[in-house]
Every structure is written in structure tokens, then in C-alpha cells.
Design a protein around this ligand. Structure first.
Ligand code: NI
Length: 257
């Protein structure tokens, strides 16, 4: 059994054939899916979609690119939405210090506010961190006491040192398609030092398809490809990677079919 701990099943790219995509993924052993929101609208959609599918769960949150739109009203709505039993975490939330992203201070405030929210709701967090690893880790370290329900560093692509800091915070490393890319030498080296007991798998579909499907629409059906590649990186059997990462995901998100 595989578990896709981070995907976007309500994305436009899946509009026409999501039921087929899910059925095909299930045939390949993917039994649970955690579909993620990134703003209020997509969070509502994720919860609605999860409500209609027994083996789909949702995380809800405001992603850094939309941080400007988040105010106390937004957080109150998230809190209300989190009452739904299918909501298993707060995410994706985090920091992204790219050119067009909102001001750093705004992003950090919204990130911290949602870490607090997750703690109050007793749920794990799913962290999005792009070109912001240093400050992201500092923020998490500052909020260490609020991380008792755990979380994942979604689509982890940092260094060995960053991986160690994530692990020290009690968070899991989420491994996706980027780890299969030919030029991901440093990431592969970093992952080779992470205990399997602290890793979960994700696709982030429809984005970031693994090698050799890079550039195509990604799907949960590519999760076994990511697992096989991770097994090579860790020098372990693919079946062990499948089993342990699924146990980790079940435990972290408390999934039940
Ligand atoms: Ni995502």
C-alpha cells in the first residue's frame, strides 16, 4: 500500500478524469490520498472532494503566495472547516521568497498564525518552503513547542543539514518527484541520511512528475516510481519503503478508510 500524502486532486488539470486517475492509482496500490488546499477556496474544495471519497482526506491552509489575502476572518473560516472529520492537517502553509511573492514579514506572520491554529486544533502541519529554508527553519524552531502534533516538510529539497534540523523538530521529510531528477545529487545525498521511519511519500500532482515522466501531468499513479527511486537512494528494498512510509503516513495523519 502507498499513501500520497500531498496532492491537488481538485486541480483544473484533473477536472475531466479524476475518477479514472484515482481508480488507476488504486490499482497500482495507492490506497489513501491527502488532497491539499492552498487558499480558502481550494481548501473548501479539498474538503468537499474528500467528503465524497472514502479514501481521500484533506489538508487546509493559506499558502505563502496568498498570504496577503489572509486575515482573522480567514483563519476563523479555516477553523470552522477543520471541524470536518476528513480534515487531517493544516497545509500547505509556509514561506516562499521568490520575486512576486508577498513581503517576507507578511508571509512569516501568516505562517506563524497557522502553526498556532494547527496546534489549537491538534493537527499536523504540511509545510511549503521554497527559497526560504533558513528563515523557514528558524520560524519552526521558534515555534518548536507548537509542533507536538508533527508535520511534514512537503516536497523536501534541502541539504543534509536542513534535513537534520527538520528531523530534530520532530517533523517528517516528505519525498516527491524532485528526488528522482537527474540533477538532484545533493538532495539524494541529504535523503540518504534520513531514517526511513521519518519519511512519507507524496506526488504534489498535477505538478512535479518524477523522472522519466518529468514535464507530464503528474498523478498519484507515479507514487510507486518515487518509492522505487527512494529505495535505491536508501539502499533498501522497495517493499520496505512502501510499508514503512505508509505506516508513517497513517500514524501522522490518523487516516482510516
Ligand atoms: Ni502542493
Amino acid at each position: 500500500m502507498f499513501i500520497d500524502t500531498h496532492c491537488h486532486l481538485t486541480d483544473k488539470q484533473f477536472q475531466k478524469d479524476i475518477e479514472k486517475v484515482l481508480a488507476f492509482s488504486e490499482q497500482l496500490g495507492v490506497k489513501f490520498f491527502v488532497t491539499s488546499g492552498f487558499d480558502l477556496d481550494s481548501s473548501i474544495k479539498a474538503v468537499e472532494f474528500a467528503s465524497l471519497h472514502k479514501n481521500v482526506f484533506a489538508t487546509i491552509g493559506i499558502y505563502p503566495e496568498h498570504a496577503c489575502l489572509a486575515d482573522e476572518k480567514t483563519f476563523a473560516k479555516l477553523e470552522e472547516l477543520a471541524k470536518n472529520k476528513k480534515v487531517v492537517g493544516i497545509g500547505e502553509i509556509g514561506l516562499q521568497f521568490t520575486d512576486k511573492a508577498p513581503a517576507k514579514e507578511v508571509q512569516i506572520k501568516v505562517f506563524e498564525r497557522q502553526i498556532d491554529l494547527a496546534f489549537d486544533l491538534q493537527k499536523p502541519i504540511v509545510i511549503h518552503c521554497r527559497e526560504a529554508m533558513g528563515i523557514c527553519l528558524e520560524t519552526l524552531e521558534k515555534k518548536r513547542d507548537k509542533l507536538v502534533y508533527g508535520g511534514t516538510m512537503h516536497c523536501f529539497s534541502g541539504s543534509r543539514e536542513s534535513a537534520l534540523r527538520v528531523l530534530k523538530l520532530g517533523l517528517n521529510i516528505s519525498v516527491g518527484g524532485v528526488s528522482t531528477f537527474k540533477n538532484a545529487t545533493n538532495l539524494k545525498e541529504a535523503l540518504s541520511n534520513v531514517p526511513l521511519e521519518r519519511i512519507v511519500l507524496e506526488t504534489d500532482c498535477p505538478y512535479l512528475a518524477p523522472h522519466p515522466y518529468r514535464g507530464q501531468r503528474n498523478s498519484p499513479a507515479f507514487l510507486p516510481t518515487i518509492a522505487e527511486n527512494l529505495a535505491k537512494i536508501l539502499g533498501k528494498d522497495a517493499s520496505e519503503v512502501e510499508k514503512v512510509t505508509s505506516q508513517n503516513a497513517l500514524k501522522l495523519f490518523g487516516l482510516e478508510g
